[in-house]
Ligand binder design. Structure first.
Ligand SMILES: [Zn+2]
Length: 449
């Protein structure tokens, strides 16, 4: 599996010429032409070219262009943090906006009072194509522009079969995705491959001709034929649900749920359709515990108890499957470095291995010709998948201690990401330290309070 979006590579003069497969009415931006100043370029276009070049040189995929009082800031989001890339005088922001609207939105600058979004195709020198999405809303000092890159070839290749699920996990996931209703929840931190699982699940239904609507923030991939709605700044989920559900889609993708209310809204709409949602909530067991806690508990005031009961029942009724993944770097077999770890350390870390003494493991090598000096030979996804059983539904509906949920998940054979990663480390496929760093320790079975 490739990284969630692949690498953004250097731009150069050499741009592919075959546009036939693209279809649609898109502006095509050629990265090398951005570097050439044209005598006819107005100040707005010059700034836009500078901004696009600056963000092309950055490693990230998400950018925001925000006007302030005296200057406009261009910021990049990498590793969950924002960092300033460049700034330009506020006096140029209006012209910049006009060029963005001409190029991306194909509309008049004056129609900015509502959130809008658009896309251009970006051709880079190595033959790769990107969708460069922009979405805009009005801020206090003028329109704010958010840019997101997405590798176009991945948009055309979103397939659950290619993500690295094991056979039983894949079968359970497909069953839940093919069901007429219910919620499939994909949980995990940033860069855990959450989006690609969500989009691949939705693509499966899209290819069968089902109607699909999405609520995205930011948009990650193009889904041909889907109604893709971007949730802009200050976006209110209630309004977006109303809009998204207006044409009664068979499938709704909610790309990222962060708060409690959107979960209730998504669960409610999952009574009548498949809802695929991403959530930033740790691994499968932790996610279930958090969902149950989200609703509230018996310590809440009496006036809240009825709602809490209803929300829990809704959760138990609608949730059909929870899955969580990680993208792990594979060691280059040509240069990986052998080492050992005491068996007791591996047991403490979460994998039951027999015996005492040292167990052979590996760490990344210094790099060789085969891995082009990186020590890494690609990456793969690992996934824990838990279809929600009748017994688990009963637990989610009632006020039960956390340990009951943990025990039930274990009894149903849920293998934690930590266990899976450690097994790969013992096989020499990934580094031992990487297995520990990329996953959380498993919950103790005797957790109780
Ligand atoms: Zn190597």
């Amino acid at each position: 599996m490739q990284g969630a979006m692949g690498e953004k590579s250097e731009y150069s003069e050499n741009v592919p010429s075959d546009l036939e497969f693209l279809g649609g009415d898109f502006t095509v931006l050629n990265a090398s032409s951005l570097a050439q100043a044209d005598a006819g370029d107005g100040p707005g276009l010059r700034v836009l070219k500078e901004v696009l070049l600056a963000i092309l040189r950055c490693p990230g995929f998400v950018f925001s262009v925000q006007p302030q009082e005296e200057y406009t800031r261009v910021r990049e989001k990498t590793g969950g943090k924002w960092r300033e890339v460049m700034r330009f005088p506020a006096t140029l922001h209006r012209e910049f906006g006009e060029e963005v609207s001409r190029l991306f939105l194909k509309c008049n600058f004056h129609h900015y009072s509502l959130p809008q979004d658009g896309v251009v195709l970006l051709a880079l020198g190595d033959g790769k194509w990107y969708d460069l999405f922009v979405s805009t809303v009005t801020g206090i000092h003028g329109p704010i522009f958010d840019f997101t890159f997405a590798r176009r070839e991945i948009s055309f290749d979103l397939d659950l079969d290619k993500l690295g699920f094991d056979a039983s996990g894949l079968a359970a996931l497909k069953k839940a995705v093919d069901a007429p209703a219910g919620m499939v929840l994909v949980t995990g931190p940033t860069h855990s491959g959450k989006s690609i699982v969500c989009y691949s699940a939705v693509m499966r239904r899209l290819l069968r001709g089902d109607s699909v609507t999405t609520i995205e923030a930011p948009r990650k991939f193009r889904l041909p034929g889907a109604r893709q709605i971007q949730l802009g700044y200050g976006g209110n989920y209630e309004n977006f649900y109303a809009n998204a559900l207006a044409d009664d889609p068979r499938v709704l993708l909610v790309q990222e749920i962060r708060y409690y209310e959107p979960i209730v809204g998504a669960l409610a709409s999952a009574r009548e359709r498949l809802v695929v949602a991403g959530i930033h909530a740790g691994e499968v067991i932790l996610c279930l515990i958090r969902l149950q806690r989200f609703a509230g508990d018996e310590k809440f005031p009496q006036s809240e108890q009825k709602r809490i009961r209803q929300d829990r029942e809704l959760l138990a009724e609608s949730l059909s499957l929870v899955c969580s993944g990680r993208v792990l770097n594979l060691l280059c077999p040509g240069c990986r470095q052998p080492g050992t770890v005491p068996a007791a350390t591996i047991r403490r870390s979460g994998l039951a291995v027999a015996g005492e003494g040292d167990v052979p493991v590996f760490s990344p090598g210094p790099g060789c010709e085969a891995c082009r000096g990186t020590g890494i030979a690609g990456c793969r996804g690992i996934y824990e998948v838990l279809p929600i059983s009748r017994d688990m539904r009963r637990l989610l509906a009632g006020p039960v201690p956390e340990c009951a949920i943990i025990r039930q998940a274990r009894e149903e054979g849920l293998l934690s990401l930590r266990e899976m990663a450690l097994r790969l480390a013992l096989d020499g496929a990934i580094g031992f330290q990487h297995a520990i760093a990329a996953t959380s320790p498993p919950f103790p079975d005797d957790l109780n309070h």
